[in-house]
Design a protein around this ligand. Structure first.
Ligand code: PLP
Length: 424
């Protein structure tokens, strides 16, 4: 498949934009494909500037649960723009979306909107430190929480070791305040708390990790984290930037009935526009300026265009049976995928409408397992799918997403493409 215009566009982009992209994974380096430039997208497909069409399983990293170009969401955003697109003055829609989020997400009593998931996480961590008066945060290897300094840390060699930065430009003094542990390993968490429990401000995690591929929390893991944090007076933060409004209206916390102190959401909540949020218990959230002493702000925070799009998106998610239908669609598709991939060194892990096809012999429960997958095989697989008009998330360590607009015909085409991609 020739992509002459994309190639030309990329060659020009690299002259002006580092690596030609505004977020590194878009350069498709790890999958050996030249970057695609998008012309347009509608429902479950996008078209590149060379006119090729692709069935989209990335959906702007999970944003478009309603598919691209939802007419009501677009109309709502366009109407909003006609009245002015940003003021730096409160608008009614901010409270309207805040109310919807508070009603939907069990842990959120008050919420503040920001413009990206990175910002939501950064703010939630500052708030947790401000509220507890403590410095250390615990995260888990392979979970992604955006690119703020304290989250760009991977584990040291030993469980007890303090973190090392995974990016240049993060001072070692910052990285030292983050401890990264293996997901699903409650004992590792317990032993860190036993040693320095009263210095730990918070544990942050993706309750169902999607950024190392879909990993399922083992029985008792989330509950255990809730117990330990409560016992030591640390906060539990669920980063539901992907899982929020994806696994259900209340995210993973509603499914597991484990209620964190703070929650971050993003992606779906902005309806395709830059919005994210963090929220939680009133007594914690009220520590934010102007009420409290934890500073946080944003020129475009609560942007009315994004708020309108978010409201219209959630309205459609509230329709009875939405999530059941989406999950059934995914489960049926994944069942067929499992048949096709049997005895081929492939494991498929699914939660709700997200799934990852891992090139692995065994079930995966943490980042150590994920690191052992066959990434070279994934690259070839990805390339063969792209050539057949199927766009999976372009990394062996990511989740794929299904939207309510994915048609049976397109899912069947995808199954055929997978079968053919695995044939030789
Ligand atoms: C995408 C993501 C983020 C970062 O959000 P941005 O809007 O890209 O800054 C944070 N946490 C999780 C779990 C994410 O999936």
């Amino acid at each position: 498949m020739q992509r002459i215009l994309s190639e030309k566009a990329y060659n020009e982009a690299v002259e002006y934009i580092p690596g030609g992209v505004n977020s590194p994974v878009r350069a498709l380096r790890s999958v050996g494909v030249a970057p695609l430039f998008v012309q347009s997208a509608y429902e479950d497909m996008f078209t590149d500037i060379d006119g090729h069409q692709y069935i989209d399983f990335c959906l702007s990293w999970g944003v478009f649960i309603l598919g691209h170009g939802n007419k009501k969401v677009n109309a709502s955003a366009i109407n909003a723009i006609a009245n002015g697109s940003s003021f730096g003055i409160p608008t009614l829609v901010e409270t309207e979306l805040a109310k919807m989020v508070v009603q939907a997400v069990p842990s959120i009593e008050k919420v503040r909107f920001v413009s990206s998931g990175t910002e939501a996480v950064m703010s939630a961590l500052r708030l947790a430190r401000g509220f507890t008066g403590r410095r250390i945060v615990i995260k888990f290897d392979g979970c992604y929480h955006g690119h703020s300094d304290s989250m760009l840390v991977s584990a040291g060699s030993g469980v007890a070791q303090l973190g090392q930065s995974s990016s240049a430009g993060v001072p070692a003094e910052f990285a030292k305040l983050t401890i990264s542990l293996p997901f699903n390993d409650l004992n590792a968490v317990k032993s860190v708390f036993a040693r320095q429990g009263n210095a730990i401000a918070a544990i942050i995690l993706e309750p169902v990790p999607a950024n190392m591929g879909v990993i399922i929390p083992q029985t008792g893991f989330l509950e255990g984290l809730r117990e330990i944090t409560t016992h030591y007076g640390a906060l539990l933060i669920f980063d539901e930037v992907i899982s929020g409004f994806r696994l259900g209206l209340g995210g993973a916390q509603e499914i597991w009935q484990v209620i964190p102190d703070l929650t971050t959401i993003g992606k779906i909540v902005g309806g395709g526009f830059p919005a994210a949020a963090f929220g939680g218990k009133k007594e914690i959230m009220d520590q934010l300026a102007p009420l409290g002493s934890v500073y946080q702000a944003g020129t475009l925070s609560g942007n009315p265009v994004a708020m309108h799009a978010g409201i219209e998106t959630i309205k459609q998610l509230l329709e009875p049976g939405f999530y059941t239908q989406l999950e059934q669609k995914t489960t049926a598709f994944v069942a067929e995928l499992c048949k096709l991939t049997k005895n081929k060194g492939i494991v498929i892990q699914q939660m709700g409408s997200m799934f990852t096809l891992f090139f692995s012999q065994h079930e995966l429960k943490n980042y150590d397992d994920v690191k052992k997958i066959d990434t070279a095989r994934f690259s070839i697989f990805f390339q063969k799918l792209v050539a057949q008009g199927v766009y999976f998330s372009p990394s062996p360590f990511e989740a794929n997403f299904i939207s309510i607009t994915h048609t049976d015909a397109h899912l069947n085409h995808t199954l055929k493409a997978v079968e053919s991609a695995l044939r030789n």
